[in-house]
Design a binder for this molecule. Structure first.
Ligand code: GDP
Ligand code: MN
Length: 373
């Protein structure tokens, strides 16, 4: 789950990463007051989960409280790539000398963690890596050891950060790694990490993706205004939110209803259900599971699919991919019959997932696992 910038900034503060002063505003009046507090100038930043806000005009610099009010009004009526702007982060305006990049992320190629740094911040890391691979420093991080002093020296040298800012490098890199590792993040990224004209190192943007139940983010109140049902609709799934702990994925309305009844019959409580419809391929199944898992209360996923136009091997591949990529400790129970059933079965077995042909048996097992969770 991706956090809003203002949520991520709050975490940055908690982990001691230097950030500009900022306040959240949800109306032009609040934005005006915030800019007043910041001394009459500021940067208004649209709080949306989609990337590339800057390019889309979602970030504006203002030089007076009146301008803050006018610009806030414009931003708060904007939709950026389909996402409505409901809040702004009003931040202290800083004069940038250089924009750098720093992140920790999962290195899927060798099941480890990696620190990425670049002197060409402000641009997406994929773009920097594609155009200037020599400008990206990749350092593998052993989770048992963490960030070492020589890693810090290496980054500082690679980014050509002046020596007198070494202490800022230390708190920023160590803080970002602690946040990343303690909260079980998929990604913790600062882009840009600004070297300011008055010689400070400040995280001007904060991107954090947490792939886990939010209980691990102790004490942080995350307002999940993103409506899952709406997200599902946009992806063409029918999705319904409930309040149990079993996530249900089926194809077809009839089978979905029968599955829900069976789960309830055995004493289980669904957290949500999602109908993937007919002909879903591996990628679609993967997005369906990801969507289902973005609800923290889901402990067991029950997949009940009848393969017709939908191919069982595609379903199995999608399931394996999404669960492997997730750090959530969820159990999976699959009942999968029909087209290319043997192949689907083989894929699931090889990856250590429970597989059933009987819908009743599968439902009973799901409820048993949900009670243990
Ligand atoms: P993104 O487009 O969603 O990545 O939004 P960012 O928060 O990274 O901002 C985009 C760009 O706006 C940055 O790369 C900076 O160039 C610029 N920017 C952001 N904050 C400030 C600021 O306080 N002062 C100045 N001068 N520029 C800023
Ligand atoms: Mn950015």
């Amino acid at each position: 789950m991706k956090l809003y910038e203002h949520e991520a900034v709050e975490l940055f503060r908690r982990f001691g990463i230097p950030v500009p002063q900022s306040v959240v505003a949800s109306s032009p009046e609040e934005a005006k007051r915030a800019v007043e507090q910041l001394g009459g100038a500021g940067v208004l930043k649209s709080q949306v989960l989609v990337g590339g806000r800057g390019k889309a005009g979602g970030i504006r610099v203002v030089s007076s409280t009146e301008e803050a009010e006018t610009v806030a009004k414009e931003l708060l009526s904007m939709t950026i790539r389909g996402e409505r702007v409901r809040r702004l982060l009003v931040a202290e305006r800083v004069n940038i000398a250089r924009e750098l990049y720093l992140s920790f992320t999962i290195d899927r190629s060798n099941w480890g963690h990696v620190m990425l740094a670049s002197s060409m911040g402000g641009v997406d890391i994929e773009e920097i890596a594609a155009r200037h691979p020599d400008k990206v420093l990749r350092v593998a991080i052993d989770p048992l050891v963490g960030v070492r002093d020589y890693h810090l020296r290496k980054v500082a040298a690679f980014l050509e950060i002046p020596n007198e800012l070494m202490n800022d490098v230390v708190v920023t890199v160590r803080g970002l790694y602690s946040l990343y590792s303690e909260l079980g993040c998929e990604l913790a990224e600062i882009n840009p990490l600004a070297l300011t004209q008055d010689n400070r190192l400040l995280a001007l943007d904060a991107k954090v993706i947490i792939d886990d139940n939010l209980a691990r983010v102790k004490g942080l109140s995350l307002e999940r205004e993103r409506d899952l049902e709406e997200a599902a609709r946009e992806m063409g799934f029918s999705y319904v939110e409930l309040d149990g702990n079993i996530g249900v994925i089926c194809n077809g309305a009839g089978l979905t209803m029968a599955t829900m009844d069976l789960v309830k019959h055995y004493g289980g409580r669904p957290a949500n259900f999602l109908d993937i419809g007919g002909g879903a391929d591996a990628r679609r199944v993967e997005s369906a599971v990801n969507l289902l898992l973005s609800k923290g209360s889901v402990k067991v996923v029950f997949v009940n699919v009848l393969g017709g136009i939908t191919r069982c091997d595609e379903v199995a591949n999608g399931l394996v991919k999404s669960l492997r990529g997730s750090r959530r400790n969820v159990k999976l129970v699959v009942r999968l019959v029909g087209t290319r059933e043997e192949e689907g079965q083989r894929i699931l077995r090889e990856n250590g997932y429970e597989y059933y042909r009987s819908m009743e048996e599968a439902a009973r097992r799901v409820v048993e696992l949900a009670k243990e969770a």
